[in-house]
Design a protein around this ligand. Structure first.
Ligand code: SF4
Length: 251
């Protein structure tokens, strides 16, 4: 098993936005190092022994990590009965159902649809382009940079927000397990805190776009209002989220 870099921040990748290109901690992140160094390249030659050695090594690492997790929780992986497996499966299905009917699921799915509609709205982009190009030289560059950066941020988070909300809600359904930990250590609070960061960055991006229009398009205002509603719901359903210290990101 590969020895991790001792400077790495344990578990940092569990509560990050996965935007590695922009991450100040990529040189201290085990996941980043694994994905950019230890995992086989996508175009690696399938016949090369090195490829299979690498893959085997990574599978062994994953099995070791699973075993460590099970040991930590006092679970003997060899002693899980058929009945326990069925019970766990049933519990998982109930959790999924609870997540589906949570208002946050609808809200985040609506938000994703709104973003997609916006991104594909060629009329709006054409009118914005026209508006920007009415300005003088330097100003055009400045406004185009705001437009491009805002769009990039919105697109990055539009799928991450629904998926992280799903993870947070799912984890919160496992209350029996998390209740034994203080609130500031519960996984769902860490994810909820990450979601609050994603919402804030997204809202700023929408505001950046809004500043480019003389009159804000209705869809843009709707996207902003959805973000505010999602934020209120996160704060109401995860009132202790701010107490969680995300490794590396929160001092
Ligand atoms: S912590 Fe940074 S480098 Fe690691 S996975 Fe997250 S964004 Fe990428």
């Amino acid at each position: 098993m590969k020895t991790p870099n001792p400077q790495n921040i344990p578990g940092i990748f569990n509560y990050c936005n996965r935007w590695c290109e922009r991450c100040p901690f990529s040189d201290r992140c085990t996941l980043y190092q694994q994905e950019h160094g230890d995992w086989p390249d996508e175009d690696a030659d399938m016949n090369e022994d090195a490829f299979w050695d690498k893959l085997k090594g990574n599978l062994e690492n994953s099995m070791d990590m699973l075993q460590e997790l099970a040991d930590e929780q006092g679970i003997d992986l060899n002693e899980i009965t058929q009945e326990e497996q069925e019970e766990a499966y049933h519990e998982m299905q109930v959790n999924e159902l609870m997540v589906d009917i949570n208002p946050l699921s609808n809200l985040t799915s609506d938000y994703l649809d709104t973003c997609l509609t916006w991104v594909k709205n060629s009329e709006i982009w054409a009118s914005l382009h026209e508006h920007i190009h009415l300005q003088s030289g330097d100003k055009i560059n400045e406004l185009e940079a705001i437009r491009d950066e805002s769009l990039e941020v919105i697109q990055w988070y539009m799928t991450l927000i629904p998926s992280k909300v799903h993870v947070a809600l799912n984890s919160k359904e496992e209350a029996d397990f998390w209740d034994q930990y203080p609130v500031e250590e519960r996984h769902y609070n860490g994810i909820a805190k990450l979601i609050l960061v994603c919402l804030k960055d997204s809202l700023e991006a929408w505001e950046g776009l809004e500043s480019l229009f003389s009159s804000a398009p209705e869809q843009l205002l709707y996207a902003k209002s959805l973000l505010s509603t999602i934020e209120s719901q996160i704060r109401a359903q995860f009132p202790d989220a701010e107490l969680f210290k995300r490794p590396g990101f929160d001092s």
